[in-house]
Design a protein around this ligand. Structure first.
Ligand code: PPS
Length: 401
């Protein structure tokens, strides 16, 4: 009897142990397999070659991480180059040219407006998408979408770039990013999708524009813009480099109370003999040096030079030239401007943002400090040969003193 009980207990226990082992095995195997599946699917999501496996539409929806972007003039084994293509119907595709993998990002995001889950969201523009204005456009069969810029205001800092942007965006066929995006100089690694997400919504026929004045002087930018779109139109506002340097200094001094005098910074050793060409406000004024870099990538016909002086004296004239250059009907004319004697600058009767007369903000049109005449004369002398070279290169005599 005792032996029978003992035997029963033993077989119950063995059964229980066997059951426990089976359950553990099933659990371990299930966990392992599901991890394996997740890992495989992640690998596919990250792998650039998934373009060969999925359709373009599927790619549009699933791409959240842009490919790393690298310039293509090194001899590395595989170079990844971002290229924008305005008319590719494919949302994203990959092609291999020799050793280069070319990542094509469409200029337009018309296919994936709603699927862009990029971190760099832009609340006002998102709001605009849902606004009655855009709803109305959709009802008319028009589909607002974000595009990479067709036109860039690339500089020059403190020459009137804000005025130019505010004036040209009065045109109904021009839409511009409100703030300086600094994509090509500071945020390039974020990729073209990020950049496009910072652009305003446009409808068919509208030009997308952005202005970042530091593009003109940043050495990597010409090649990067060219890689995005070799047909990009470039607007460059230029102003007498001496006044520009003083304006640049005035801006810096407005942020730093103990700033040295202009004369102490613009020259080496306190005398006016040697100009400090390493000092930013002086260096930027050597326009010919920077222009050379742009002309390596763009023909002169793709660049339009706007006189900063004339933009103040006769804004309608300069904006007329800009509209012609961009192939736009001349809609912005004298009737949009008035001269505000208190401000000492042209102002607008109304703009996209406001329907009442207004001028540019307080940071535009500042009073400059008094600078010694001898210092100004010396700087003029310094810039003269560079200015002449710039006149030759552009075919325009800006007649700076
Ligand atoms: N209409 C109008 N209103 C006000 N200011 C005008 C205008 N047109 C051109 N300017 C000149 O623009 C200068 C500022 O240039 P930017 O806009 O290029 O500056 S920035 O680089 O964006 O900081 C600014 O320089 P400062 O005078 O030194 O402030 C102005 O001279």
């Amino acid at each position: 009897m005792f032996v029978m009980n003992w035997f029963n207990n033993l077989s119950n226990r063995s059964l229980a142990i066997t059951l426990l082992i089976c359950i553990s095995l099933i659990y371990v195997s299930y966990t392992f397999n599901s991890c394996l599946l997740t890992s495989i699917s992640r690998t596919f999501q990250k792998n650039p070659f998934r373009g060969l496996l999925f359709s373009d539409d599927e790619l549009t929806v699933t791409t959240a991480t842009p490919l790393p972007t690298k310039l293509d003039n090194s001899n590395d084994s595989v170079n990844v180059v971002s290229v924008a293509s305005k008319h590719t119907s494919a949302a994203l595709s990959l092609r291999i040219h020799g050793s280069s993998v070319v990542h094509i990002v469409p200029l337009s995001d018309s296919n994936n407006n709603t699927n862009n889950n990029n971190n760099a969201s832009n609340p006002p523009q998102e709001a605009a998408d849902g606004s009655p204005k855009y709803r109305f456009l959709r009802q008319q069969g028009l589909h607002p979408s974000r595009h990479l810029p067709d036109t860039l205001i690339i500089g020059v800092k403190k020459s009137g770039t804000r005025a130019l942007l505010e004036f040209i965006r009065l045109h109904p066929d021009v839409r511009a990013a409100g703030c300086e995006v600094h994509f090509f100089d500071r945020h390039y690694q974020r990729g073209l999708r990020w950049y496009r997400h910072h652009m305003p919504y446009t409808i068919e026929g509208q030009i997308t524009m952005e202005k970042t004045p530091s593009y003109f002087v940043t050495k990597e930018v010409p090649q990067r813009v060219h890689q995005m779109n070799a047909a990009t139109k470039l607007l460059i506002v230029v102003r007498d480099p001496v006044t520009r340097a003083i304006s640049d200094y005035t801006q810096a001094a407005s942020k730093k109370s103990d700033m040295k005098r202009f004369e102490d910074l613009a020259f080496v050793n306190g005398s006016f003999a040697v100009v400090d060409t390493a000092w930013g406000p002086v260096k930027i004024g050597v326009y010919s040096r920077y222009l050379e870099k742009w002309l390596k990538y763009f023909p002169l016909s793709q660049l339009l030079f706007i006189s900063g002086e004339r933009l103040i004296m006769d804004p309608a004239y300069e904006i007329g030239r800009v509209q012609d250059f961009l192939g736009l009907k001349r809609v912005v004319t004298e009737k949009h401007f008035y001269f505000n004697a208190t401000k000492g600058f042209p102002c607008l009767f109304k703009s996209e943002a406001r329907s009442t007369p207004h001028c540019l903000g307080k940071t535009k049109g500042r009073n400059h400090p008094h600078i010694e005449e001898a210092a100004i004369e010396r700087l003029r002398e310094f810039y003269r040969p560079f200015n002449n070279k710039f006149y030759q290169m552009t075919g325009i005599n800006f007649a700076w003193p």
